[in-house]
Design a binder for this molecule. Structure first.
Ligand code: SF4
Length: 438
């Protein structure tokens, strides 16, 4: 190893956790959830054509020694208590010995944890789950096997959806990420990927995000396709603006050297608003019961995602377009429209996409108890329990009870909820809030 490189196997310095925000600050930013990063290794042995990891690490993977990982875990535990660890290593689940070690170490420390992985390797997911693993993040990228070949991702696992559902049935969460905007994919390919993403999002314990591809230097895709355009809304630069947008002087600098500022560019892929499509698809995957209802129950085609996307994504605009879409749907009965609108609103609130405006409801007195204890209370007109349990929308007039007949009490920190009749007793509410805390 050259002298100027760090030997991570004997490395002994841990991140300065004391410089990180406090637990309460993180809770505020993340709406109740605290993730703290822990380094277990760096580098990746794969060679995906859109990723610059291989040119940074030469496909080498280095793992930190177990002492330094334990030191981080203990420091995190002492500073933050019982929170969720996020292992930043790209190849953690390939190292079976390290996974064995961590599963034992984490079980004893009562820490929840999350990591990254790929679905094309063997892994004892049950062991992961039993040691406190909450979620594994996997890159599915595209639903096309021909795209997997082109992006050097390996062999497309045809049983991907079954595999994800096997994992989520154990109780382990899966965060699946997708990419649209490959310069060689057609609108049909993009539609297929979006449909795949929406299907995966209907699994319980799953979370899906769709990203628009950003060209990166020294990647095989950028070496082959240099047809790009300026786009300051890419995932890699979001949040960099210090005012409402980039200053003209910044834009002219970025445009003067595309290679240096590739993070502000997108590939020309024949679809104009690809970033907004990716963001709209991500939002729709978060409200997966509702979105699958649009496709299955209301028989919309996947074109609905393209039609709901504007030049730039805004959750409020999306909500307005969705409400218009439902209201102008001439084959839905009035009650069905109300229930679909409520379903969209409830899922958006439960998934943290929007804040509920409590003031617009005249909430029954006994529910103030739950609200004052920090739970979210959402009034609705339908008994959604069946829909939330099966994650499938099916309308029944018998389950429709009229405005504000039911209330959902939701605990944002562990995402548990209960559905109660609004005429319920205060004892029921006290008992429900006790269950929601467990
Ligand atoms: S995308 Fe992930 S698996 Fe592929 S090379 Fe990059 S880090 Fe490795």
């Amino acid at each position: 190893m050259p002298d100027n490189q760090i030997n991570y196997s004997s490395y002994s310095t841990i991140p300065a956790y004391e410089l990180m925000p406090s637990k309460s600050e993180i809770e505020k930013i993340n709406r109740g959830k605290v993730f703290i990063p822990c380094e277990a290794g760096r580098g990746c042995s794969f060679n995906c054509a859109f990723c610059c990891s291989s040119s940074i690490w030469n496909r080498r993977v280095v793992f930190f020694n177990t002492d330094i990982i334990l030191k981080q875990l203990d420091e995190i535990r002492a500073r933050y208590g019982e929170i969720t660890i996020y292992f930043t290593c790209d190849n953690l689940i390939y190292n079976h010995d390290l996974i064995d070690f961590l599963c034992k170490a984490l079980k004893g420390r009562e820490l929840k944890w999350q990591c990254r992985g790929r679905l094309d390797i063997d892994c004892d997911y049950e062991k992961l789950y039993n040691s406190g693993c909450e979620m594994i993040m996997v890159g599915i990228e595209s639903a096309q096997s021909k795209t997997w070949k082109k992006i050097q991702k390996g062999r497309f696992p045809e049983d991907i959806i079954a595999k994800i559902s096997d994992i989520t049935n154990i109780g382990l969460g899966v965060t699946a990420t997708y990419i649209v905007g490959f310069p060689f994919e057609t609108r049909f390919d993009v539609s297929n990927t979006l449909l795949h993403a929406i299907r995966v999002s209907s699994n319980p314990n799953s979370d899906v995000s769709v990203h628009a591809l950003t060209p990166l230097p020294k990647t095989a895709i950028y070496d082959s396709y240099q047809d790009i355009h300026f786009n300051n809304g890419t995932d890699l630069v979001r949040g960099l603006e210090f005012s409402d947008g980039l200053l003209p002087i910044d834009v002219s600098l970025i445009k003067s050297d595309a290679n240096l500022f590739l993070g502000f560019y997108s590939f020309n892929c024949g679809i104009d608003n690809i970033i907004s499509i990716a963001e709209t698809a991500t939002a729709l995957c978060k409200t997966s019961i509702f979105t699958n209802a649009l496709l299955e129950y209301c028989k919309f085609t996947i074109d609905v995602v393209f039609n709901l996307s504007e030049d730039s994504y805004e959750q409020e605009k999306l909500e307005r377009k969705i409400i218009t879409l439902i209201d102008t749907c001439d084959f839905l009965k009035n009650e069905e429209k109300i229930v679909l609108r409520e379903l969209f609103e409830i899922e958006s609130c439960l998934r943290g996409l929007k804040q509920l405006d409590f003031e617009k409801f005249g909430m029954p007195q006994q529910f103030h108890l739950a609200r004052d204890a920090g739970f979210l209370v959402i009034l609705c007109s339908y008994n959604f329990s069946k829909i939330f349990n099966s994650r499938l929308f099916s309308f029944s007039m018998n389950m429709y009870a009229g405005a504000n007949s039911y209330a959902i009490i939701f605990n944002p920190s562990n995402k548990k909820y209960v559905l109660l009749k609004t005429g319920t007793s205060i004892e029921n509410i006290v008992y429900s809030t006790y269950l929601l805390r467990k």
